[in-house]
Every structure is written in C-alpha cells, then in structure tokens.
Ligand binder design. Sequence first.
Ligand code: BES
Ligand code: MN
Ligand code: MN
Length: 482
Amino acid sequence: MASPTPQARLATTVPRSVTAVDQPVASDQLDDLGPDLARSARLAGFEGKVGQTMVVPGPANEPIRILVGIGPADELSVGVLRRAAAAAARQVTRHQAVATTLAEEVGAVDGAAAIAAVVEGYRLAAYRYEEFKTHPDVALRRVTVIARGRGMRAALDRANGIVDGAVFARDLASAPGGTLLPAVFADRLVEMASEQGLEAEVWELDRLEAEKFGGVLAVNRGSTNPPRFVILRYRPEGKPTGDLAFVGKGITFDAGGLSIKTAAGMMTMKIDMGGAAAVAGAMAALRPGGCRAAVTAYIPMTDNMLGGDATRPGDVFTARNGKTVEVLNTDAEGRLILADALSYAVEQQHDLIVDIATLTGSASAALGTGMAALMGRDEELLASVEASAASTGEKVWRLPLPSEYRKQLDSVVADMKNIGNGPYGGALIAGLFLAEFAGDGPWAHIDLGLSAIADGDDGVIVKGATGFGARLLTDLALNWRA
Ligand code: BES
Ligand code: MN
Ligand code: MN
C-alpha cells in the first residue's frame, strides 16, 4: 500500500467536495467568533491556544468547521502555523478531503512561508506508515489550501516536494530491518534518483573491498547480507552556488554485533538508518525545492549482526584513510562505517560536509529525544545548521568536541580504539572519533540519538519514524549562499 499521506493542492475558494474546513482563532480574539460560539468554545475549554481544536457542526450538506487555536495574534509565526495545522489535521483524519484557511490570514508571516508551514503541518501529522496494514488508519487524501496572490502555486509545489522528501525518509526508516536490507535500500534510492534526475552510483562488496572501506567491511563481517555504498549527485541547472556533501549512517539493523544489545535495546534498531533516510529525503526534495547548490550524498549501508565470523572485540581494521582502529565494542559501529564515508567525501573536496547519524544513546541522555546534538568546529556552518533547525522545527543543540577527551580514543595496539574509557560523554567521544576522518574543512556532525523515532504524537511528529533531519538538510541546501 502506498503512503496515504494526503496531497496538498491550492484553490482560492473552498471546494464543494470537502467535508471539513478549518478556521484559525487567535487566543486574544476569541470574541470575534460571536457571543454564542465564543461562549460554547470557552465552556468546552477552547481558548485559542496553539494545538487546541474544536469541532463546530453545521447543517447537513455543508462542511463542518474546525476551530484551530493559533495563540496570540501578534505572536504568529511559521512554527505556530505548522503546529496549528498539525493539530487541525489530527482532528480530520477521518475525512477524505478537507480545506484549510490557515495560510490565508498570515499576519507578519510571509505568504509562501505560511503555505509551507500549513502543508507540512497537515501532511506530516496525517502521515501513517501503512505498508503492512490491511486497513488504513487515516482516510485523509486531499488537503486544499486556500490562498491567493502571486507565487502561491510555486510555494505550494515547493512545499509538497519538501514534504514528499520527509515522507520518503519516514517510509524508509519505518521499514522493518529484515525488509530494508542494504541491497533493497540501495535499489529504493536508485529508483528515487531516476525520478528526481539525480545521478546514482552503487558500490557492492567487491568495490568496497577494492576501495578499502575497512570500516564498512568490519561491521558487515557478521552479516549474511552484503553491504552497499550509495552515492547520489544533485546538480542544479546553471552554475552551482556551492558544493555540499551529506553523509548518512545507514545501519539497516543494529543488533550490536557480538557486543550484543539487550532485547529492549534492539526493539527500535531498524531506525539505525535514520541518518541515511534523512539524507535520502533531502536529496529527493532538492529538485522540487529549486536548490541552486550542488549536493552529493554518501550513504554507507550494512546491518550489524552476529554471524560466525563477526568482528570480535579486540579486532583491528584499517579505515579508508589509512588509520587503524581497534574495535573494542562492536555496538559502536556507526562511527566505523561513517569513518570510511567521511574519508571518501573529504577526498572529493566539497565546500562542506554534514553527517547525520543515530550515533549514540548518549546524545538523547544529554538532550532528550526531541532534539539532535550538533557538533563541529566551523562557526559559519554550525550557525547555518542552527538556522535551518530553527526554521524547520527540527531542533538541534550544540555539544562540544573537547580536545582533552581525545586521549580516551588512544589504543594500545592501533592508531585508535572505537570507544572511550567510561560511560560518560559518549556523544562527544563519538564526535571526536568522526573528527579523525572528517578532514580539515567545514564539517558538522548531527547525532540524532532517539530523535529518529518517536513514542507519541507531537506537532508534525507521529509515533514511529520521524524522518528527523530531512527537512533540516533540505533547508540547509536550499539556503546555502543562495
Ligand atoms: N545505534 C546506536 C545508538 C542508538 C541507540 C541510537 C538508541 C538510537 C537509539 C549505536 O550504534 C550504539 O549502539 N551506540 C552505543 C555506543 C556505545 C557502545 C559506545 C550507545 O550509544 O550506547
Ligand atoms: Mn550500535
Ligand atoms: Mn547503531
């Protein structure tokens, strides 16, 4: 079953076919509803706060009205509109076709930005992964955005493209680990690339050996499923405004290897390609978004299993850049495949590299599950990532890369080991490990931790794979010195 996420389209008036229309209500303008409805709303607990909704039934043959809180009128923002639209969507998932007026009254928010926020809110909150459902949970198929003015059609197409990318990321990351094997994952990306006019290159086992991808091979050693390395290239029409590289961790399932995870720890580990999914989602959105920079994606893929010849704690491998690594914990595997991918990306001499990975539980121990950790040493790039995080609502918070911790990675037998000395600061240690492979140019590292998977609904997030990072990376590419 294809993803049921509703498509958004544009109109200047509410179509007859819809069965529900939303109506924004500012918390300081509740009385504009008229005395009767304002009274009913107050008695029902509806105060116009962001996230609040209230159904107002109407006569037969007319759409019902959904009051949607947008908070104080003078505090309206893209983030508020996105959350309000998400709340409205949750109220109407049983309807097939609805209309939204949330992008009509935009106050200080730019019209195109308002359309984007509303499309994101509605479509992402109504998203369900229904590949294996015999009966769909959500009926919603069509959201008509009411708006007028120049440029609105282009804004809607762009917004749909960006949401399609995020949906692609969610679909990939929702797929079971036994289904989305590296070969399958690679095929999906090749298919997307041909639809989007991207160049795709897929390396299989022999090429990975020839190219000395020792980290990918070390992790793959315990698996019966061959690894892949996928390169996707987006080239804009005309002279590119920049040359970006995205690197995504593509562990299609993380059992921990011989340093095996607990049963509970393994339960969510199909999500361990969430970074790769985010990169793939962003790549899918670049053409629709009108990206003017060149962007290349590097995606190493393998599962992390426990087969008879799996990497043993204490084993040593040589990474792509020639550094030797002692693997003392096979569950710290993401950094091993990223080491090769980063080394290779550095060789290709891009303007900047951003990697994104479900790298450590430690990132979420520090920041909780609602935001990702950001590391790096290039102020301009970090500030750009933060700006994209702020405008997309995919939040990041900086963690340091303390050089005085680097000695924790010293190994007795190799150039470095793959874990630190104790249980603390794991996200920082992982970042310091990656830094050894990320070259001297601008590099940023996004550790998703558990933000790649949600245990409940919140704004545009629905329980399950979040696609976190797809919209952030898209925004970064679209705005890079554009
Ligand atoms: N994929 C995990 C990190 C993870 C755990 C992401 C839970 C999202 C949710 C990673 O490969 C891992 O196992 N990391 C270990 C590293 C440790 C062995 C140094 C961790 O964070 O515990
Ligand atoms: Mn692991
Ligand atoms: Mn992992």
